[in-house]
Design a protein around this ligand. Structure first.
Ligand SMILES: [Zn+2]
Length: 212
């Protein structure tokens, strides 16, 4: 069970960081934490995530029904719920539209390039899902295809979703994937992107599984 007060503070803190890092604009993005087997704490719909307070957050159940909170839950709650149902090992989910990673999603270019040890070690492969209208069950269905063995998902023509054992790990992964996209974008301006060799990729994947 995750402490709801600590989780609420963490969601507000991560919301500010997402805004300050320019990973979101307007009312974009959503963040959730699994409190226990019955409850999820999630950001409200239609709020600027850089200006939320803990009172703005909403508690929902795994059917998407509101348990407490004055606001409506995020319209993207379906994908959060599905990811928690798919993965018993995760307790947090973060979604944003970071510009470099989203540029890859908009141009249908995979970010699944093994070029940086940090990605191989802390994130693993980045899935590319097909386009689904935001806020629909189709987004959750798309994520479900990849959720068993991915921690990061590029949503085609939309943005990026990451999961983690806690909110810090989920946000670290979001930030790490955005940094990967930025580095690949910059690298392509000055040369050819060179991948890590297969042996090193396997060594890092093994380490990732050991450190969880
Ligand atoms: Zn979005």
């Amino acid at each position: 069970m995750t402490d709801s007060v600590v989780s609420a503070d963490a969601i507000v803190r991560i919301g500010k960081m997402m805004y300050n890092r320019q990973f979101i604009a307007g009312t974009d993005g959503n963040i959730s934490v699994r409190l226990d087997d019955d409850r999820i704490l999630i950001t409200p719909a239609g709020y600027r995530k850089g200006e939320m307070t803990v009172e703005d957050l909403v508690v929902i159940d795994y059917d998407g029904k509101k348990i407490s909170g004055a606001n409506q839950p995020s319209s993207e709650m379906g994908m959060h719920i599905r990811l928690y149902q798919d993965r018993s090992d995760i307790s947090a989910c973060v979604h944003a539209h970071p510009p470099y990673a989203t540029s890859f999603a908009v141009t249908n270019q995979s970010l699944n390039e093994p070029v940086l040890p940090e990605i191989e070690l802390f994130v693993g492969p980045v899935a590319m899902t097909s386009y689904s209208p935001p806020g629909t069950d189709a987004v959750a269905d798309e994520l479900h295809k990849y959720s068993a063995d991915h921690n990061a998902f590029l949503l085609k023509n939309h943005g990026l979703v990451t999961v983690g054992k806690d909110i810090n790990q989920a946000f670290n992964r979001l930030e790490t994937v955005e940094q990967l996209a930025r580095i690949i974008w910059l690298a392509k301006q000055i040369g050819t992107v060179d991948s890590l060799d297969q042996k090193e990729i396997e060594r890092l994947a093994e380490l990732r599984h050991i450190i969880g």
